[in-house]
Design a protein around this ligand. Structure first.
Ligand code: COA
Length: 572
């Protein structure tokens, strides 16, 4: 397994190094005048645009409700227990002390909402990517206002995904540890299996071996499983009279031996800094702990580009010709309300420029090159069914980007249901399409360049795999609030049921039931609650999210200590 992981690391290392060529040193990107996509909204499109806009406004309302739910964490009582009785800072205040600024790409903020075991705000653990001393770092922060920061199955899943992002993009990782360990009533779903609790610790070890730096701040009670994470980090800071690390707390000692001990004696900051040596920095208060942490990050061996150079580059970039707000009317409320996807592309790319590839072939897929905040990308966007020709074109373009080391951005809006095979002619078409889609899936899976997927409409059936769905390991996958995620779209349940002429009524009932279920289970919020993506983003924020994601992915080229990694891996 270890070898497997290292092989993955090696493959990825090669991929990442291949993507760095354009920015090392004082090199200059090649100039080119990509054609402008001058696509204003036409009067004939207005009724579709307005219907989409109404739907986007309704989705935004839901998005705001979810945001509010998450903001309240474990509720008023838990917050006052946390801040007043336990004298701890809230995660949001901790981030203010830790990060350079408010720029924080929060990952899956709605994870944990609407689950069978209830609403678990932020899945009890906030994750995201922010800058510390200019360096993008993954932050994994327990929220102790949610049941003492204990781990639910969704908490574990969220931590594992954040670690996976750190591994895939070689990002330093900072753990803000404040967790009572496993949420005991659900222990059977957290403890025993491969991708459960133990995997987070396994990952910590592997990440260290891969030279992905990890720092922990013990800013709360870390009990049992919660105690392992900070002790496995490479450097740990602990806050006096706030942080504790032990396997069982004072009540357990009292029950077992009758002895009364304080939490400080059992596992406080003094004990770990002076006796066990389990932590490396003793902080008198949280503020000091975060100053230490920022200093630790400054000792990581990265050499970032000069800020002025970066600013100059940004200033030279042109904004799209059209307002990003127009994306709200372009975000399809359903597949039949999709407008030309080039209208979406023109509202995302620098200067609305786009160098289209194979413009006249397989037109239900749009492929081509563009820049997003100066980053050259290859865009693959659905513009109808993923036909045989479209899939062949997709395969060709993905291989081209892979060969040129250009990151790929997928704009996914796949067809609601697979075409039925009702004639031999149709059977032939479907077989050809199947074969071509298989090739496209192979191209996506094997392309060693970074991939970012944004689901702008439907994420249905096998077409979604070819468009770099979750199972195809994109570096990031985001959804617009109008997105729908299911095998087949609501209203198309009949295609999933086998026809039964004799029991037509029963069949109808089953169909209605399945359609209702598809409707309920396909919303973007249902998906994000279960962590099938990295978060719901607003259409008008897409350009910024893509630009941040591309910067984040690119950062690995500045890690000097990783240069020695490749020969070590090859020897194993
Ligand atoms: N499993 C399930 N629920 C737990 C829990 C656990 N391991 N630990 C705490 N909780 C719940 C409490 O029942 C309480 O629920 P409530 O708000 O519905 O009353 C809530 O989390 C907060 O706990 P509380 O003790 O009131 O808050 P606190 O901030 O003072 O302390 C802990 C939090 C985690 C430090 C403390 O509860 C603790 O030490 N728990 C035991 C941890 C443990 O033994 N874990 C072993 C896991 S293998």
């Amino acid at each position: 397994m270890h070898r497997c992981m290292l092989r993955f690391a090696e493959q990825h290392w090669q991929g990442s190094v291949r993507c760095m060529s354009s920015t090392v040193g004082k090199r200059r990107a090649l100039r080119g005048l990509f054609p402008v996509l001058d696509l204003p909204l036409q009067p004939i499109q207005r009724h579709v645009y307005e219907a989409n806009l109404r739907n986007s406004i309704a989705c935004h309302k839901k998005y705001t409700e979810f945001r509010e739910k998450v903001r309240k964490g474990g509720g008023e009582n838990a917050i006052s227990r946390h801040t007043q009785r336990n004298r701890k800072l809230l995660v949001s205040d901790r981030l203010k002390l830790l990060l350079d600024d408010e720029e924080f790409l929060e990952l899956s903020p709605f994870a944990g909402l609407g689950l069978a075991y209830g609403d678990i705000p932020s899945a009890g653990c906030l994750t995201g990517i922010g800058r510390i001393n200019g360096l993008w770092c993954v932050i994994i922060a327990n929220d102790a206002t949610v049941k003492g920061g204990t781990g639910y199955p969704i908490t574990v899943k969220k931590q594992l995904r954040a670690q996976e992002i750190a591994i895939q993009n070689r990002l330093p990782c900072v753990y803000l540890a404040d967790s009572g360990g496993a949420f005991l009533p659900l222990q059977s779903e957290i403890f025993p299996d491969k991708n459960q609790g133990g995997r987070t610790f396994y990952n910590e070890a592997i990440m260290s071996a891969m030279k992905i730096p990890q720092v922990a701040v013990v800013c709360g009670s870390c009990t049992a499983g919660g105690a392992i994470m900070p002790t496995m980090a490479e450097e740990t800071v602990m806050v006096n009279r706030i942080g504790t690390i032990f396997l069982g707390g004072p009540p357990l000692v009292k029950a077992a031996t009758g002895e009364e001990v304080t939490t400080e004696d059992l596992g406080g900051a003094r004990l770990h800094a002076e006796v066990s040596g389990g932590v490396d920095h003793f902080a008198w208060e949280e503020k000091e702990a975060f100053t230490y942490t920022r200093n630790i990050i400054s000792t990581l061996n990265f050499q970032l580009p000069e800020e002025e150079e970066d600013m100059k580059k940004r200033k030279a970039e042109e904004e799209p010709l059209y307002s990003s707000e127009e994306l709200l009317g372009l975000a399809p409320q359903s597949y039949t309300y999709s407008l030309d996807v080039k209208m979406i592309i023109s509202r995302l790319t620098d200067g609305s420029c786009f160098q289209e590839f194979k413009a006249r072939y397989g037109t239900t897929l749009v492929t081509g090159f563009a820049k997003i905040h100066g980053n050259l990308v290859g865009i693959v966007a659905n513009n109808g069914e993923l036909s045989h020709e479209a899939a062949l074109k997709g395969t060709h373009f993905i291989q081209l980007c892979d060969q040129r080391d250009v990151p790929l951005v997928f704009l996914q809006n796949t067809a609601p249901a697979a075409p039925l095979t009702l004639s031999t002619e149709q059977a032939e078409m479907n077989s050809n399409r199947l074969k071509a889609q298989g090739s496209m899936m192979s191209a996506v899976a094997c392309a060693a360049v970074p991939k970012i997927t944004v689901v702008i409409g439907g994420c249905y059936g096998a077409d979604s795999y070819a468009m770099c769905g979750r199972a195809f390991d994109p570096n990031f996958l985001f959804l617009w609030p109008n997105a729908r995620v299911s095998m087949t779209a609501p209203g198309h349940a009949a295609s999933l049921l086998s026809p039964n002429d004799e029991q037509e009524d029963e069949q109808k009932k089953q169909e209605e039931k399945l359609n209702r279920r598809l409707e309920e289970e396909s919303s973007a919020f249902f998906s994000s609650g279960r962590l099938w993506d990295d978060g719901v983003i607003l259409p008008q924020h897409t350009r910024k999210v893509l630009s941040d994601s591309l910067d984040i992915i690119k950062q690995q080229q500045y890690q000097l200590s990783a240069e020695k990694l490749r020969p070590t891996l090859l020897r194993i």
